[in-house]
Design a protein around this ligand. Structure first.
Ligand code: FAD
Ligand code: FES
Length: 266
Protein backbone atom coordinates (compact mmCIF):
# COMPACT_ATOMS: atom_id res chain seq x y z
CA UNK A 1 0.00 0.00 0.00
CA UNK A 2 1.43 3.34 -0.88
CA UNK A 3 0.23 6.81 0.01
CA UNK A 4 -0.91 8.91 -2.93
CA UNK A 5 -2.09 12.43 -3.50
CA UNK A 6 -4.79 12.43 -6.12
CA UNK A 7 -7.51 14.65 -7.57
CA UNK A 8 -10.33 12.18 -7.04
CA UNK A 9 -13.71 12.64 -8.74
CA UNK A 10 -16.92 12.93 -6.74
CA UNK A 11 -19.40 10.30 -7.97
CA UNK A 12 -22.22 11.40 -5.67
CA UNK A 13 -22.90 13.28 -2.50
CA UNK A 14 -26.08 13.29 -0.42
CA UNK A 15 -27.26 14.06 3.10
CA UNK A 16 -28.09 10.69 4.67
CA UNK A 17 -28.96 11.93 8.19
CA UNK A 18 -29.16 15.33 9.83
CA UNK A 19 -25.97 17.19 8.71
CA UNK A 20 -24.29 13.87 7.88
CA UNK A 21 -23.16 13.52 4.29
CA UNK A 22 -22.21 10.46 2.28
CA UNK A 23 -19.68 11.16 -0.45
CA UNK A 24 -18.63 8.57 -3.02
CA UNK A 25 -15.24 9.17 -4.65
CA UNK A 26 -13.52 7.47 -7.54
CA UNK A 27 -9.83 7.33 -8.38
CA UNK A 28 -6.71 5.19 -8.58
CA UNK A 29 -6.30 5.43 -4.80
CA UNK A 30 -9.04 2.85 -4.28
CA UNK A 31 -6.58 0.21 -5.51
CA UNK A 32 -4.36 0.99 -2.52
CA UNK A 33 -7.07 0.41 0.13
CA UNK A 34 -6.50 -2.65 2.31
CA UNK A 35 -7.39 -2.42 5.99
CA UNK A 36 -10.69 -0.97 7.16
CA UNK A 37 -10.05 1.94 9.53
CA UNK A 38 -7.58 3.87 7.41
CA UNK A 39 -8.45 7.45 6.60
CA UNK A 40 -8.29 10.06 3.83
CA UNK A 41 -6.94 13.56 4.31
CA UNK A 42 -9.21 15.90 2.36
CA UNK A 43 -8.24 19.35 1.13
CA UNK A 44 -10.98 21.85 1.87
CA UNK A 45 -12.07 23.77 -1.27
CA UNK A 46 -11.69 27.17 0.44
CA UNK A 47 -8.72 29.47 0.05
CA UNK A 48 -6.94 29.96 3.36
CA UNK A 49 -8.18 26.72 4.95
CA UNK A 50 -4.83 25.03 4.80
CA UNK A 51 -5.26 22.04 7.07
CA UNK A 52 -6.72 18.94 5.50
CA UNK A 53 -9.66 17.18 7.22
CA UNK A 54 -9.08 13.55 8.27
CA UNK A 55 -12.11 11.36 7.43
CA UNK A 56 -12.30 7.56 7.76
CA UNK A 57 -13.05 5.40 4.78
CA UNK A 58 -16.44 3.79 5.34
CA UNK A 59 -16.34 1.24 2.51
CA UNK A 60 -15.03 0.63 -0.97
CA UNK A 61 -15.74 -1.22 -4.18
CA UNK A 62 -12.56 -2.13 -6.05
CA UNK A 63 -14.40 -3.15 -9.22
CA UNK A 64 -15.99 0.28 -9.51
CA UNK A 65 -12.78 1.99 -8.26
CA UNK A 66 -14.94 3.85 -5.74
CA UNK A 67 -14.88 4.49 -2.01
CA UNK A 68 -17.39 6.03 0.37
CA UNK A 69 -16.99 8.38 3.31
CA UNK A 70 -19.59 9.62 5.79
CA UNK A 71 -18.92 12.81 7.66
CA UNK A 72 -20.66 15.37 9.81
CA UNK A 73 -20.73 18.89 8.39
CA UNK A 74 -20.30 21.69 10.89
CA UNK A 75 -21.72 25.22 10.64
CA UNK A 76 -21.05 27.50 7.67
CA UNK A 77 -17.62 28.52 8.95
CA UNK A 78 -16.23 24.97 8.87
CA UNK A 79 -14.26 23.05 6.28
CA UNK A 80 -16.64 20.11 6.42
CA UNK A 81 -19.51 22.43 5.49
CA UNK A 82 -17.53 23.56 2.41
CA UNK A 83 -16.96 19.88 1.52
CA UNK A 84 -20.68 19.21 1.81
CA UNK A 85 -21.44 21.78 -0.91
CA UNK A 86 -19.47 19.87 -3.56
CA UNK A 87 -21.46 17.95 -6.16
CA UNK A 88 -21.04 14.99 -8.52
CA UNK A 89 -18.37 15.46 -11.19
CA UNK A 90 -16.26 17.89 -9.14
CA UNK A 91 -12.69 17.03 -8.19
CA UNK A 92 -11.32 16.79 -4.68
CA UNK A 93 -7.66 16.81 -3.62
CA UNK A 94 -7.16 13.69 -1.46
CA UNK A 95 -4.11 12.34 0.36
CA UNK A 96 -4.29 8.70 1.35
CA UNK A 97 -4.83 6.03 2.30
CA UNK A 98 -3.29 6.99 5.66
CA UNK A 99 -2.62 5.23 8.95
CA UNK A 100 -3.03 1.69 10.20
CA UNK A 101 -6.51 0.17 10.26
CA UNK A 102 -8.18 -2.78 11.98
CA UNK A 103 -6.36 -6.13 11.70
CA UNK A 104 -8.65 -9.01 10.73
CA UNK A 105 -6.28 -11.77 9.66
CA UNK A 106 -6.21 -13.52 13.07
CA UNK A 107 -10.00 -13.95 13.23
CA UNK A 108 -11.20 -17.55 12.93
CA UNK A 109 -14.65 -18.71 11.81
CA UNK A 110 -15.98 -19.92 15.20
CA UNK A 111 -15.00 -16.83 17.16
CA UNK A 112 -17.39 -14.29 18.62
CA UNK A 113 -16.65 -10.79 17.39
CA UNK A 114 -18.09 -7.56 18.78
CA UNK A 115 -17.97 -4.16 17.07
CA UNK A 116 -18.86 -1.11 19.15
CA UNK A 117 -19.51 2.18 17.37
CA UNK A 118 -20.79 5.59 18.32
CA UNK A 119 -22.00 8.51 16.21
CA UNK A 120 -19.66 9.54 13.46
CA UNK A 121 -17.22 6.80 14.59
CA UNK A 122 -19.51 4.21 13.02
CA UNK A 123 -18.52 4.57 9.31
CA UNK A 124 -15.13 2.74 9.38
CA UNK A 125 -16.76 -0.18 11.20
CA UNK A 126 -18.90 -0.88 8.13
CA UNK A 127 -15.99 -1.87 5.87
CA UNK A 128 -14.59 -3.81 8.84
CA UNK A 129 -17.87 -5.73 9.19
CA UNK A 130 -17.85 -6.45 5.44
CA UNK A 131 -14.35 -7.90 5.74
CA UNK A 132 -15.11 -9.90 8.91
CA UNK A 133 -18.29 -11.22 7.30
CA UNK A 134 -16.04 -13.17 4.87
CA UNK A 135 -14.31 -15.09 7.65
CA UNK A 136 -16.44 -15.15 10.83
CA UNK A 137 -20.02 -16.30 11.47
CA UNK A 138 -20.85 -14.59 14.73
CA UNK A 139 -20.50 -10.83 14.55
CA UNK A 140 -22.43 -8.50 16.88
CA UNK A 141 -22.51 -4.80 16.09
CA UNK A 142 -23.52 -2.42 18.90
CA UNK A 143 -24.27 1.13 17.75
CA UNK A 144 -25.07 4.24 19.75
CA UNK A 145 -26.35 7.55 18.40
CA UNK A 146 -27.47 10.79 20.04
CA UNK A 147 -30.87 10.56 18.38
CA UNK A 148 -32.73 8.78 15.57
CA UNK A 149 -32.14 11.65 13.14
CA UNK A 150 -28.37 11.03 13.18
CA UNK A 151 -28.58 7.23 12.96
CA UNK A 152 -26.52 5.90 10.06
CA UNK A 153 -25.69 2.58 8.39
CA UNK A 154 -27.91 0.32 10.52
CA UNK A 155 -29.59 -1.24 7.44
CA UNK A 156 -26.25 -1.72 5.68
CA UNK A 157 -24.84 -3.67 8.64
CA UNK A 158 -28.05 -5.70 8.98
CA UNK A 159 -27.78 -6.86 5.34
CA UNK A 160 -24.49 -8.63 6.05
CA UNK A 161 -25.15 -12.34 6.49
CA UNK A 162 -23.32 -13.00 9.75
CA UNK A 163 -24.01 -9.69 11.47
CA UNK A 164 -26.54 -8.93 14.25
CA UNK A 165 -27.06 -5.21 14.93
CA UNK A 166 -28.33 -3.51 18.07
CA UNK A 167 -28.94 0.22 18.35
CA UNK A 168 -29.41 2.59 21.27
CA UNK A 169 -30.01 6.33 21.29
CA UNK A 170 -29.19 8.78 24.05
CA UNK A 171 -32.70 10.24 23.92
CA UNK A 172 -34.59 6.99 23.31
CA UNK A 173 -36.00 8.10 19.94
CA UNK A 174 -34.87 4.77 18.41
CA UNK A 175 -34.02 1.45 20.06
CA UNK A 176 -33.35 1.33 23.78
CA UNK A 177 -32.61 4.60 25.54
CA UNK A 178 -29.03 4.87 26.75
CA UNK A 179 -25.39 4.54 25.76
CA UNK A 180 -23.72 1.56 24.08
CA UNK A 181 -22.40 0.61 27.53
CA UNK A 182 -25.91 -0.65 28.17
CA UNK A 183 -25.69 -2.98 25.15
CA UNK A 184 -22.22 -4.18 26.15
CA UNK A 185 -23.55 -5.08 29.60
CA UNK A 186 -26.44 -7.02 28.05
CA UNK A 187 -24.18 -9.35 26.06
CA UNK A 188 -24.45 -12.89 27.38
CA UNK A 189 -21.08 -14.07 26.07
CA UNK A 190 -17.41 -13.14 26.29
CA UNK A 191 -16.14 -11.87 22.93
CA UNK A 192 -12.92 -13.19 21.38
CA UNK A 193 -12.18 -9.84 19.75
CA UNK A 194 -13.61 -6.33 20.13
CA UNK A 195 -13.23 -3.48 17.64
CA UNK A 196 -14.35 0.04 18.50
CA UNK A 197 -14.60 3.57 17.13
CA UNK A 198 -16.50 6.53 18.56
CA UNK A 199 -16.42 9.47 20.92
CA UNK A 200 -13.72 9.53 23.64
CA UNK A 201 -16.17 8.76 26.49
CA UNK A 202 -17.49 5.71 24.64
CA UNK A 203 -13.98 4.48 23.84
CA UNK A 204 -13.07 4.78 27.53
CA UNK A 205 -16.05 2.62 28.47
CA UNK A 206 -15.06 -0.04 25.93
CA UNK A 207 -11.41 0.16 26.96
CA UNK A 208 -12.24 -0.42 30.63
CA UNK A 209 -14.78 -3.15 30.02
CA UNK A 210 -12.47 -5.24 27.84
CA UNK A 211 -9.12 -4.20 29.31
CA UNK A 212 -7.93 -7.78 29.73
CA UNK A 213 -8.73 -8.83 26.19
CA UNK A 214 -5.71 -9.31 23.96
CA UNK A 215 -7.60 -8.53 20.76
CA UNK A 216 -9.16 -5.21 21.74
CA UNK A 217 -8.74 -2.69 18.91
CA UNK A 218 -9.58 0.97 19.40
CA UNK A 219 -9.67 3.65 16.72
CA UNK A 220 -8.64 6.98 18.22
CA UNK A 221 -9.03 10.58 17.07
CA UNK A 222 -6.69 13.54 17.39
CA UNK A 223 -6.32 16.99 15.91
CA UNK A 224 -4.05 16.57 12.92
CA UNK A 225 -1.90 18.76 10.72
CA UNK A 226 0.41 16.88 8.33
CA UNK A 227 -1.39 13.52 8.64
CA UNK A 228 1.77 11.61 7.69
CA UNK A 229 3.83 11.46 10.89
CA UNK A 230 6.05 14.52 10.40
CA UNK A 231 4.68 17.26 12.68
CA UNK A 232 3.84 15.43 15.96
CA UNK A 233 0.49 17.26 16.30
CA UNK A 234 -1.37 14.05 17.02
CA UNK A 235 0.56 12.22 19.75
CA UNK A 236 -1.12 9.78 22.14
CA UNK A 237 0.25 8.42 25.42
CA UNK A 238 1.33 4.81 25.79
CA UNK A 239 0.93 2.33 28.66
CA UNK A 240 4.68 2.18 29.29
CA UNK A 241 4.97 6.01 29.39
CA UNK A 242 1.54 7.21 30.60
CA UNK A 243 2.52 10.84 31.31
CA UNK A 244 4.79 11.19 28.28
CA UNK A 245 7.88 11.94 30.44
CA UNK A 246 10.22 9.57 28.63
CA UNK A 247 8.96 10.68 25.23
CA UNK A 248 7.67 7.30 24.16
CA UNK A 249 4.54 8.53 22.44
CA UNK A 250 2.71 7.23 19.40
CA UNK A 251 1.29 9.24 16.53
CA UNK A 252 -2.40 8.76 15.78
CA UNK A 253 -1.97 9.54 12.07
CA UNK A 254 0.92 7.18 11.41
CA UNK A 255 1.01 4.52 14.16
CA UNK A 256 -2.82 4.57 14.48
CA UNK A 257 -5.59 5.57 14.25
CA UNK A 258 -6.26 1.96 15.36
CA UNK A 259 -4.29 0.74 18.38
CA UNK A 260 -4.41 -2.38 20.52
CA UNK A 261 -6.07 -1.60 23.88
CA UNK A 262 -2.93 -2.76 25.70
CA UNK A 263 -0.71 -0.23 23.94
CA UNK A 264 -2.33 3.09 24.81
CA UNK A 265 -3.77 5.12 27.69
CA UNK A 266 -7.24 6.58 27.30
C1 FAD B 1 -8.47 9.47 12.02
C2 FAD B 1 -9.72 10.31 12.03
C3 FAD B 1 -10.86 9.86 11.35
C4 FAD B 1 -12.03 10.62 11.34
N1 FAD B 1 -13.11 10.12 10.67
C5 FAD B 1 -14.22 10.87 10.62
C6 FAD B 1 -15.36 10.42 9.88
O1 FAD B 1 -15.35 9.32 9.28
N2 FAD B 1 -16.46 11.21 9.85
C7 FAD B 1 -16.50 12.43 10.51
O2 FAD B 1 -17.52 13.11 10.44
N3 FAD B 1 -15.45 12.86 11.22
C8 FAD B 1 -14.32 12.13 11.28
N4 FAD B 1 -13.25 12.61 11.98
C9 FAD B 1 -13.36 13.93 12.65
C10 FAD B 1 -13.15 15.02 11.59
O3 FAD B 1 -11.81 14.98 11.12
C11 FAD B 1 -13.44 16.39 12.18
O4 FAD B 1 -14.79 16.42 12.58
C12 FAD B 1 -13.20 17.47 11.15
O5 FAD B 1 -11.82 17.56 10.83
C13 FAD B 1 -13.69 18.79 11.67
O6 FAD B 1 -13.46 19.73 10.66
P1 FAD B 1 -14.42 20.99 10.45
O7 FAD B 1 -13.99 21.65 9.19
O8 FAD B 1 -15.84 20.57 10.56
O9 FAD B 1 -14.19 21.83 11.75
P2 FAD B 1 -13.31 23.13 12.08
O10 FAD B 1 -13.78 23.57 13.40
O11 FAD B 1 -13.38 24.12 10.95
O12 FAD B 1 -11.89 22.53 12.15
C14 FAD B 1 -10.78 23.28 12.58
C15 FAD B 1 -9.57 22.35 12.67
O13 FAD B 1 -9.75 21.44 13.75
C16 FAD B 1 -9.67 20.10 13.29
N5 FAD B 1 -10.67 19.29 14.01
C17 FAD B 1 -11.85 19.74 14.48
N6 FAD B 1 -12.52 18.74 15.08
C18 FAD B 1 -11.73 17.64 14.99
C19 FAD B 1 -11.86 16.28 15.41
N7 FAD B 1 -12.95 15.87 16.07
N8 FAD B 1 -10.86 15.42 15.14
C20 FAD B 1 -9.76 15.84 14.48
N9 FAD B 1 -9.58 17.11 14.06
C21 FAD B 1 -10.55 17.99 14.31
C22 FAD B 1 -9.98 20.19 11.81
O14 FAD B 1 -9.44 19.07 11.09
C23 FAD B 1 -9.34 21.49 11.44
O15 FAD B 1 -7.98 21.32 11.22
C24 FAD B 1 -12.07 11.87 12.03
C25 FAD B 1 -10.94 12.33 12.71
C26 FAD B 1 -9.78 11.56 12.72
C27 FAD B 1 -8.58 12.05 13.46
S1 FES C 1 -0.62 14.94 12.14
FE1 FES C 1 1.45 15.34 11.84
S2 FES C 1 2.38 13.75 12.98
FE2 FES C 1 0.25 13.21 13.02
Amino acid sequence: MSVMQEMMTIVSQKEVAKSIFEMVLTGKMVDELGDAGQFLHLKVPVEGMLLRRPISISSWDKEKASCTILYRAGDETTGTYALSTLTAGQKLDVLGPLGHGFPVSEIKSGEKIVLVGGGIGVPPLYELAKQLNQQAYDITVLLGFASENVKILEEAFAKLQHVKVKVVTDDGTYGQKGHVGLLMNQLDFEPDAVYSCGAPAMLKAVYHKYEGLDRLYISTEARMACGVGACYACVIHTKDDPDGKSGHTLKVCEDGPVFKGGEIVL
